[in-house]
Write a new protein. Structure first.
Length: 368
């Protein structure tokens, strides 16, 4: 086990740490209210129960499933009144819900992220459902990274975590490069960009093989390096106070939300459109062709969609494209992106789609 105390949070990293959960959190109370992604209940539910069975502590495990509305959160807040601490296990949506419950009750908050390392693990941001986005200063009391549990989880969980980290990296890079409203502290942190670039390159170089290692249930040095790279990038993004992440170009989640809402879907699996949204942002940034095709290649290699058809929008006429662009520009999550016009968004989406199709044609792959 590795333990580190970073600003406002204690981080524990190692294999099998979920089996020690009750011991880890005992300083925050002996009664735990635990929210878990439905995808993970089967693989870790018993481990959690066994952890508490060996102590005098007790816990209640709640399968989050599709519970992502404000009403669901309010119901869970009432249920949590009999407990001492709140633990979120899984993806960003589950961690956000646990975070809000802990915040509203004033309880200690512990997270065990499974999307490799999500921003919900270290941020004061809360995105419980599409219509609500809240920011506050409180961060988790403890973050537990269990690499064995990550390996045991469905492989899609690791892939989505890597994909999400890439989106965070590009948001942070854009903010550092383009924002004109950076605080002095954030400006002094610009040297971190070189380090972030190294972690990004590490993910591109090792990510695909790390996923294969996980599929074979092997915790390799390569896999651990990718997990730790994801951890650092996410922490860097959300630990720099004053950093203007609301830059004109940081629109990945706004694009994802627009596509998501256009499809009329509501699900905890909120990363499905992130890969294509990354491409849209890079087109807006006018990055080099080499960089675009480097990320296209990586996303395709790890099985992520790189075209509109791939995210479930097979045809887009001018009216539909206008609708997408308007939805994106209306998103509260866009922050400072109100300066980006719908026409710019539409052009970037069309270009990103064309690049994805071109890449698939060169690979003789199915265009989806």
């Amino acid at each position: 086990m590795k333990r580190a105390v970073l600003p406002e949070s204690t981080y524990i990293y190692g294999a099998g740490e979920i089996e020690n959960l009750a011991e880890h959190v005992k300083n925050y109370g002996t009664k735990s209210f635990i929210l878990v992604d439905s995808l993970l209940i089967e693989t870790i539910g018993k481990k959690i129960s066994n952890s508490y069975a060996c102590t005098e502590s007790i816990c209640k495990i709640t399968d989050i499933s599709e519970k992502c509305s404000k009403e669901d959160v309010n119901h869970l807040i009432k249920e949590a009144r009999f407990y001492d601490n709140i633990i979120g296990i899984g993806s960003g949506k589950t961690l956000d819900m646990a975070n809000e419950i802990a915040f509203m009750k004033g309880y200690p908050f512990i997270v065990i992220p499974f999307l490799t390392f999500t921003n919900a693990s270290c941020s004061g941001c809360l995105d419980v459902c599409q219509e609500d986005y809240v920011m506050y200063s409180r961060k988790p009391n403890m973050v537990i990274i269990d690499n064995q549990a990550i390996v045991d989880a469905p492989i899609s969980v690791l892939i989505k975590g890597i994909e999400h980290t890439l989106s965070v990296y590009f948001d942070l890079r854009a903010a550092m490069r383009y924002s004109s409203k950076l605080s002095q502290k954030a400006k002094s942190m610009s040297f971190e960009l070189k380090r972030l670039n190294k972690y990004y390159e590490l993910i591109l170089e090792n990510g695909s093989q790390a996923i294969r290692d996980a599929q074979e249930n092997n915790i390799t040095v390569r896999l651990e390096s990718v997990i730790q790279a994801c951890l650092y990038i996410n922490y860097a993004f959300y630990s720099q106070e004053g950093l203007d992440i609301h830059s004109k170009y940081a629109i990945i989640h706004a694009v994802r939300n627009g596509l998501f809402m256009l499809k009329g879907e509501a699900s905890l699996a909120d990363e499905e459109e992130i890969s294509f949204a990354i491409l849209v942002m890079l087109v807006l940034e006018n990055v080099s062709t080499n960089e675009l095709f480097q990320i296209l290649s990586f996303l395709w290699e790890i099985g992520q969609p790189i075209t509109l058809a791939g995210v479930g929008i097979p045809t887009v006429d001018s009216g539909r494209m206008k609708q997408i662009s308007q939805i994106i520009c209306a998103q509260k999550m866009m922050f400072g992106n109100k300066y980006v016009k719908p026409a710019e968004i539409a052009a970037a989406i069309i270009t990103a789609d064309s690049l994805g199709i071109q890449y698939l044609m060169e690979k003789n792959a199915v265009i989806s």
